[in-house]
Design a protein around this ligand. Sequence first.
Ligand code: ARG
Length: 398
Amino acid sequence: MRVVLAYSGGLDTSAILLLLKRRGYEVVTVTVDVGQEEELEGVEERAYQLGASKHYTIDAVGEFADRFISMAVKANALYEGRYPLGTALARPLIAEKVAEVARREGAEAVAHGCTAKGNDQVRFDSTLKYYLGDDVKIIAPVREMRLTRAKALELLRSEGFKVPETHKKYSVDENLWSRSVEGGILDDPAAEPPEDAFAWTVPPEKAPDEPLYLELKFERGIPVEVNGERMSLAGVVRLLNKLVGSHGYGRIDHVENRVVGLKSREVYEAPAALTLIEAHRDLEKAVYTPREFRFKQVLDWEWSDLAYQGLWVEPLRLTLERAVDELNKWVTGVVRVKVYKGSLRVVGRWSPYTSYSRQAIDYDNGWYPSDEEARGFIKIWSLHSIAAARARGLPGTG
Ligand code: ARG
């Protein structure tokens, strides 16, 4: 009996590896690199020590950027207007890789370490089902046994494994796009997150006194240059996380509506994501017609929602993406942002496709509607509203 385990190298998935072996499985571990820098060290070694028969570390950073983050930028993806979806976007990619290995290894089952109260189980299971159907069983020991961190620790110790991890205060999930922090004192939504919850951003109070200016170039909605230097999307994101984070911008704190019917207090760090989305949306507004801009928000909201809700497999996503791409064809240009002590502002933008005309907007030059044109326009423009208000006898209509 062979099982393929989505293995992060952390406490829970390490305990699961042992559990699966106890149940008589031969365990193949898969660690997918989606940019979670610190956690990857020594993962392979640990998997073999715990008794994995085979281990895969799959470098998916470029793919994560090019297939997932690029669309997140084009769709200004912020769940409930706040969360840039780092964890949510990485799950379907990790599940896809696990499914590929399961097929290659002829596994009977796949396993993951998600709890029954979180969103991640939905994202993993739905994607695994999409690729593997019902012939491959999904084993979720944490969900099944209500495995707590304390029990996981005990299990590892009982089998003689040293657990180097000092008791962690928070549950952290990290990848290229964002860092999610939950648990501990953060579960009190009224309490300000302590400084030790953050790792990618300096406290704004301690940020440099000099502002940081960035020139971000977009082509068809995708960031391609920072301050004149061309780089891959993964490169842009990595660089901005460092630069912008060092100026204290990129912290998010909100109460989030989970898929599973619970509200949870979530803290995130996402300097690059927030910067790119802010800049991208500014450029879109400079380019789109007012109707395109307004409609685009519906596309963005729906796309983000599918990603969050574990419905990456939903065909509507592809339809939305076609529309998002179509509109982004014109989102080419440069946006200048200023980051200063934890705040960010767009301070300039330029695009070959904007209909903005300095000549047209100038009061002293160029086109100036005649008084008659303006009166005629306003009369017809407001006719529906005033006529309806009159018909209803609304206050002030006489
Ligand atoms: N609430 C976020 C989401 O649903 C973050 C989840 C973080 N996961 C974790 N294992 N700490 O995408």
